[in-house]
Write a protein that binds this ligand. Structure first.
Ligand code: COA
Length: 333
């Protein structure tokens, strides 16, 4: 086998639409602030009984169908989420059960918004090595259940939506098509610029969760907004340019750029920095907000469904998330 390629994509978003005016009922903010600073107008939120593996299962079924496979032809499952069904074991086990895939290997990864590209890189290497033939990667988030409307939490809470996306990677016939490269980076010195302190084992005491963690907001995301913004723009742009350099290409060769849908202002800054025409960039952040790891596979699938990505398109995926983690993938579809 000479390489790997994306053979199927799928996504699922819950039906309930939550506007900025609905968010204004949850916290002190305004439609004007959210639109001006983030570009988000709507997002989807689940009903109380829905968890991350439920959304992921729907996205996975759609991706496997799109690949023209039956579920039993999947021989390895990778899942990425920051909102797992339960604290442990990993969410991939719950998803595996829902998909009827008992017995195959599963792998939970925690690469936040870059989960799809890290997962695709793992899949690409397994397939190239001949270990597996069809690898399913699911990214799913129920961020609505992590909304904190307090003064310290509202800068990130306005962005958050729910949804899931999935990709099937399979063998490619030749080296000119398929996953041409994946580039992975991280810098843990910024891990606390966007993180949730509790529950945890590094809180300097003998209990991983206390009532005070809840009262003091340590169970919620805390983000240094400007640091995340600046690094997100710089790192996603760098990762895009690094992919081009590695493959001896220029930005003019790219048919479609699909970035992680962090925030519209960040996307505008990246478009300017990498010098790509806006019409070649797929954007849906106005509709769905930021869905962490699920944003990229949802955008990727919608770009295929809309006809923007077709067979033969040269596609660049880029992502950035907490950790910090950032990555890019170049694909010939
Ligand atoms: C979220 C973001 C728009 C917030 O803007 P910011 O200027 O960095 O926000 P800050 O937290 O520094 O706060 C700036 C001011 O806006 C206010 N503010 C923050 N969130 C607010 C909200 N939801 N509604 C109204 N005002 C808000 C703050 O209270 C502060 O006001 P003050 O100066 O009077 O205290 C911006 O940081 C951003 O886009 N960051 C990147 C976020 C992102 O994409 N994260 C996902 C990573 S993948």
């Amino acid at each position: 086998m000479t390489g790997s390629r994306v053979i199927g994509t799928g996504h699922y978003v819950p039906p309930r639409v939550v506007t900025n005016f609905d968010v204004m009922k949850m916290m002190e903010t305004s439609d004007e602030f959210i639109v001006q600073r983030t570009g988000v107008r709507r997002r989807r939120h689940v009903e109380p009984e829905v968890g991350a593996s439920d959304l992921a299962a729907s996205a996975c079924r759609a991706a496997v169908e799109n690949a023209g496979l039956r579920m039993e032809q999947i021989d390895f499952l990778i899942m990425n989420t920051i909102t797992p069904d339960h604290a442990d074991p990993g969410c991939a086990f719950f998803l595996q059960d829902k998909l009827g895939l008992a017995g195959i290997g599963v792998l939970d990864i925690r690469q936040q918004c870059a989960g799809l590209i890290y997962g695709m890189s793992v899949a690409d290497h397994f397939i190239r090595a001949g270990t597996y033939r069809h690898v399913l990667i699911a990214c799913s988030e129920v961020l609505s259940k992590r909304i904190d409307g307090s003064y310290d939490g509202r800068n990130i809470s306005i962005l958050l939506g729910d949804g899931a996306g999935a990709v099937v990677v399979g063998p490619a016939d030749d080296r000119e098509n398929g996953i041409l490269s994946t580039i992975l980076h991280a810098d843990g010195s910024y891990a606390k610029s966007l993180y949730t302190a509790a529950p945890g084992s590094a809180l300097g005491r003998d209990s991983h969760l206390t009532k005070d963690d809840i009262d003091a907001g340590r169970v919620h995301f805390r983000m240094e907004g400007k640091v995340v913004f600046e690094h997100g723009v710089a790192k996603m742009s760098d990762a895009a340019l690094e992919s081009l350099k590695l493959n001896g290409l220029s930005i003019d060769d790219i048919d479609v750029l699909v970035p992680h849908q962090a925030n519209l202002r960040m996307l505008e800054a990246i478009i300017e920095r990498v010098g790509i025409p806006q019409e070649k960039v797929f954007v849906n952040v106005e509709e769905y907000g930021n869905i962490a790891s699920a944003s990229l596979p949802i955008a990727f699938n919608e770009a295929r469904q809309s006809g923007m990505i077709t067979d033969g398109s040269l596609v660049l995926l880029v992502a950035f998330g907490s950790g910090f983690v950032w990555a890019s993938a170049l694909l010939r579809m």
